[in-house]
Design a protein. Structure first.
Length: 460
């Protein structure tokens, strides 16, 4: 990976754009008003981000790297180029894994820049087909902001799975009407629910033994209808470790899908509701069990930095948000050794990291610490466990070719572990790894699980 200096006008030329300074379009003007110029200029163009970037590793194209995308952003802000369809493509082709941030010696906040750029692009783009625009409007404004509507989606999916419609659609060949990557994901969807964790077990759960602190569980939206049992097990695990658990019923979606898709206003509104809900609950800590959600929750301070009336509360919320594995290791009262000792050979366990848990929440060691405590298991480190699996929220649906290529490389390393159980800390990663296991015909020898579910199963 060459660490050559990237000239600010080299990428526009490579993209076939004129070197002449163009007139400022509405999108360019919005980008100038939106992008943090200090962060753009902080990039030293050293190239340390290149080997960390999944899209650059796949293509070797400079514009597919964090350094290249920052150069494109800066070229627009400096008036060197106009943002066109290729500019939009590069902004949207980023997985948002933020692996470049720990690698950056200048501490450039790339994740914030890419979200700012996407927000500006979405305000002016006309490249979406009508049905995509409709789907975005329904999802971002009609469903995700309302927890009861998210549960309605869960109920509809549950009806599809249990009424016989799913079997009929498959047997009648109706699934062939959908793209291959969507058919593959439909196969590995877990059983959905129209009742989340609150509707199932309530909002208050006392600690077992001596109380350490009162924590609030962030239930999520998709997490709560597709992985309800994981949320329930999170509560039970926290109780066993000495925490009172409150689950504020008025909380909603974290806003990550909004923020990553250029819907900053919607993300801010969701953040405000969550801040209010957890402050009113009077909790000491806010617990996330999904790396993708947690990464935005700890970024609420930046998300609302331009709203003075929310600045202090957002900073409080962000500073009190922690992943469940981190609080269990740092403060929890779980035994140093626990688990069901299996007869015969030890169960081999490997771990695929959640990009956002590692790169944003900076919690890489805690899950491994907990996994290694389980008796009767052998922990096998996955080569390049810190590399993105290709899920990246809904990236595997919007960019299936790139996501699929990244997953293939991941599965090469997964096979070499010969593990019986593959663990991860994020629902998107879990579905992606289930997809990889299914696609490679490994379901009979390996299963993918959330870390929480595995740990709680070993406490029984």
């Amino acid at each position: 990976m060459a660490k050559t200096e990237l000239r600010s006008n080299s990428l526009p030329t490579a993209l076939g754009l004129s070197g002449a300074v163009p007139a400022c379009s509405p999108m360019a003007y919005t980008l100038k008003q939106t992008l943090d110029y200090d962060q753009l200029t902080n990039c030293m163009r050293c190239g340390f981000c290149l080997p960390a970037c999944p899209t650059f590793r796949e293509t070797g194209v400079e514009a597919e790297s964090p350094r290249g995308r920052i150069a494109l952003m800066k070229a627009v802000v400096d008036g060197i180029m106009e943002p066109n369809a290729q500019f939009e493509t590069q902004m949207n082709h980023c997985l948002g894994c933020r692996a470049c941030e720990p690698a950056c010696p200048a501490d450039v906040k790339y994740g914030q820049l890419i979200e700012q750029a996407r927000d500006a692009v979405e305000k002016h783009t006309d490249s979406h087909r009508w049905w995509i625009k409709l789907a975005r409007k329904v999802a971002f404004k009609g469903v995700f902001p309302y927890q009861n509507r998210v549960r309605m989606v869960g109920g509809a999916l549950r009806f599809y799975q249990q009424s016989g419609l799913q079997s009929f659609a498959r047997n009648a060949g109706l699934m062939k009407l959908f793209p291959a990557h969507m058919r593959d994901m439909e196969k590995i969807l877990p059983e959905a629910s129209d009742k989340g964790v609150v509707e199932t077990i309530g909002t208050w759960h006392p600690a077992k033994g001596e109380k350490i602190a009162t924590v609030g569980l962030f239930r999520g939206c998709i997490m709560d209808i597709l992985f309800t049992e994981t949320n329930i097990n999170t509560v039970r695990l926290l109780n066993a470790a000495g925490f009172d658990v409150v689950i504020p019923a008025s909380q909603n979606c974290c806003g990550a899908l909004h923020a990553h898709s250029g819907e900053q206003f919607g993300a801010k509104e969701l953040a405000k509701r969550n801040i209010r809900a957890f402050m009113e609950a009077g909790v000491d800590w806010i617990i996330s069990n999904a790396g993708g959600c947690g990464a935005l929750l700890v970024d609420y301070g930046h998300l609302l930095h331009d709203e003075p009336e929310w600045k202090a509360d957002a900073a409080w919320f962000a500073s009190r948000t922690v992943d469940i594995s981190k609080i269990l290791v740092d403060q929890g009262n779980l035994p140093q050794s626990f688990g069901k000792t299996a007869e015969g050979h030890a169960t081999k366990i490997t771990y695929q990291e959640s990009c956002h848990l590692r790169n944003v929440m900076r919690s890489s060691d805690a899950p491994r610490n907990l996994i290694r405590r389980v008796e009767g298991t052998e922990f096998v480190e996955l080569f390049e466990a810190d590399r993105c699996c290709g899920s990246a929220g809904i990236y595997n649906l919007t960019h299936p070719e790139m996501a699929g290529s990244i997953l293939e490389h991941k599965m090469e390393h997964v096979k070499k572990t010969q593990a019986h159980v593959l663990l991860t800390s994020n629902p998107g990663c879990l579905l992606q790894m289930k997809h990889g296991i299914e696609k490679h015909g490994m379901s009979h020898e390996m299963q993918a699980m959330h870390v929480v579910d595995f740990l709680y199963s070993q406490l029984k």
